[in-house]
Design a protein around this ligand. Structure first.
Ligand SMILES: [Zn+2]
Ligand SMILES: [Zn+2]
Length: 325
């Protein structure tokens, strides 16, 4: 499915998705998916209505610097668009502006801040701004590098060519989207479609892989065996039609509590190079306490650690005990 999209995009043909040009509810409509010029990022046009005000903007679907990657299914996009609608409510603007003031206060990045202020404007909702005749070039005649910096600091900024009535031709327009700032090194958003989530919970036993306790599907969280704290390129692709084999290889089910426990062990391992033990049991089915991957993101370094694959670790431990008899 993904391959087909890339193919279609390369040939310049416009693929359409079932989440485009839809009326989600009386106040929320979607437009078209578009690619950000010169980037692999994709945004979806939206029209949000709030009381008397209407915002003709867009929301990120795939945005590298923030680690945002929404599965391209109607269900997933709808859920995300509605979440954005709530976040972008003009009633929340004061809170958002306060957070940004706080953020800029502690920085000495005046050039970047000037471009941010220009994009942000003074209205309760942001507007598309022409990069040739709008407030942005007045703040900085070479704004591209500043906009990149803003994106890297976690701001969502869409760029597209639009007809500018003042310039009389197509120019680049930028739109700042007042979603919570999200730097990519923060927790990454896992892109697992709802239907794949259901499939995973059908394929894997409904048990906490750590304590072996039976749980309901809603009590379990999908854990990537290879911890996200070691990812450098964000999430790998999770195709909705992923095979059972792949699911078993890639994921395990945990409760929220045991997932947090694992995260603590993994973060410690990333910073200190000492792999986690099983609540004090220092046994590894491959290697030892030392993490010996070839680089931070080498999954092989995790093999043998209980937190990487709890079920496999227990199987191997039982085998080891049996051999000892
Ligand atoms: Zn213009
Ligand atoms: Zn995980």
């Amino acid at each position: 499915m993904i391959k087909m999209n890339i193919y279609a995009e390369k040939k310049g043909k416009k693929m359409s998705y079932d989440f485009e040009n839809k009326k989600i509810n009386a106040n929320v409509r979607t437009g078209e998916l578009f690619q950000i010029h010169g980037m692999q990022d994709y945004y979806l046009g939206v029209t949000f209505r709030y009381h008397a005000k209407t915002w003709n903007g867009c929301v990120p679907i795939k945005s590298k610097y923030q680690g945002t990657d929404i599965p391209r299914t109607y269900e997933d996009v709808k859920e995300w668009v509605l979440q954005c609608y709530t976040e972008l409510d003009p009633g929340r603007n004061d809170v958002w502006q306060n957070e940004q003031r706080h953020y800029w206060e502690n920085r000495q990045a005046f050039d970047t801040q000037a471009v941010f202020d220009a994009l942000n404007g003074n209205d309760v909702m942001t507007k598309w701004q022409c990069r040739k005749c709008g407030p942005v070039p007045q703040a900085n005649p070479q704004p591209a590098a500043r906009i990149k910096k803003l994106r890297e600091s976690g701001y969502y900024i869409a760029t597209m060519k639009k007809d500018c009535p003042t310039c009389g031709k197509k120019e680049f327009y930028d739109l700042l989207i007042r979603l919570p700032r999200k730097a990519a090194d923060n927790e990454k958003r896992f892109s697992i479609s709802t239907s794949l989530q259901n499939k995973i919970k059908n394929v894997l036993p409904l048990k906490d892989a750590c304590f072996d306790s039976p749980q309901t599907a809603s009590e379990l969280v999908i854990d990537h065996k290879f911890p996200s704290s070691r990812w450098v390129n964000g999430e790998t692709v999770n195709e909705t039609n992923m095979s059972e084999e792949e699911i078993k290889k890639k994921f395990q089910l945990l409760t929220n509590q045991t997932n947090l426990q694992k995260e603590r062990y993994c973060k410690k391992c990333v910073s200190e190079g000492i792999r986690g033990d099983f609540f004090g049991i220092k046994w590894f089915y491959e290697g030892d306490e030392q993490w010996r991957g070839s680089s931070k993101a080498d999954e092989n370094g995790c093999i043998g650690c209980c937190w990487y694959d709890l079920i496999e670790w227990k199987n191997q431990f039982n085998k080891y005990l049996k051999e000892k008899e």
